[in-house]
Design a protein around this ligand. Structure first.
Ligand code: ADP
Length: 204
């Protein structure tokens, strides 16, 4: 299998991190060197974003969108563990969220075309070989979040997740011509979703 850059997308509670882990294990078992990562990252910029999500710091949506642009550029270009460096070192990369999450989450509050334009440098630098959208009903993901999380973060309300899902669909419509996007039914069991994911990745 050639070295791939795989991005998982979806609303909170859609099962992304569960599938990122399962796919990583399978890719390693198939003999690949795999670097698993996520956005917002755990860099100082990503930590700032997480503090906003947790309500420890206030910022408006334009600022949050712009911080995500900076976090993504650092994710790509960081000289120690940046994605470009990891690809150069022969790793296949699996990321939990990339720029489509920005288009969807920030597009609810800020003009989506501005968000896409603000991320143009990242898109020009590194496009995923595949964007895997795990599509789950917002009611289902809210239920999962309520079951498992002690605190609910910014964005994690039913109304917002419905709007975010709609923005994902809008972004896929806008960019479907230039991006490889597959949608997987996230209302299935963990195992069924993992099988669908593996089928799509195997094709590459
Ligand atoms: P995300 O990373 O998209 O926020 P997670 O993978 O953390 O989602 O999943 C959120 C919660 O839902 C976790 O408790 C996880 O165990 C559970 N979960 C994940 N996938 C499924 C599924 N297909 N069916 C039922 N529960 C799931």
């Amino acid at each position: 299998m050639k070295q791939l850059f795989i991005a998982f997308e979806g609303i909170d509670g859609s099962g992304k991190s569960t599938q990122v882990k399962l796919l990583t294990d399978k890719l390693i078992a198939a003999g690949n060197k795999v670097y698993t990562t996520f956005e917002p990252t755990d860099s100082p910029i990503g930590s700032l974003i997480r503090n906003i999500f947790k309500g420890r710091m206030a910022a408006d949506h334009k600022t949050i969108a712009a911080l995500n642009v900076a976090d993504r550029l650092d994710h790509l270009h960081n000289e120690i563990n940046g994605l470009l460096k990891k690809l150069e070192e022969g790793y296949t990369i699996v990321t939990d969220r990339y720029y489509f999450s920005s288009y969807a989450y920030h597009g609810v509050h800020v003009d989506i075309d501005w968000v896409i334009a603000a991320n143009a440098m990242s898109a020009a630098t590194l496009k995923p070989d595949i964007n895997i959208f795990i599509d789950v009903a917002p009611e289902v993901s809210m239920q999962r979040l309520n079951n498992t999380r002690g605190t609910i973060e910014l964005y994690e309300t039913l109304d917002n997740l419905q709007q975010v899902r709609n923005k994902f669909l809008e972004a896929f419509e806008k960019l479907g011509g230039e991006e490889k996007i597959v949608t997987i039914n996230g209302n299935q069991t963990v195992g069924e979703i993992a099988e669908d994911v593996w089928k799509e990745v195997s094709r590459l």
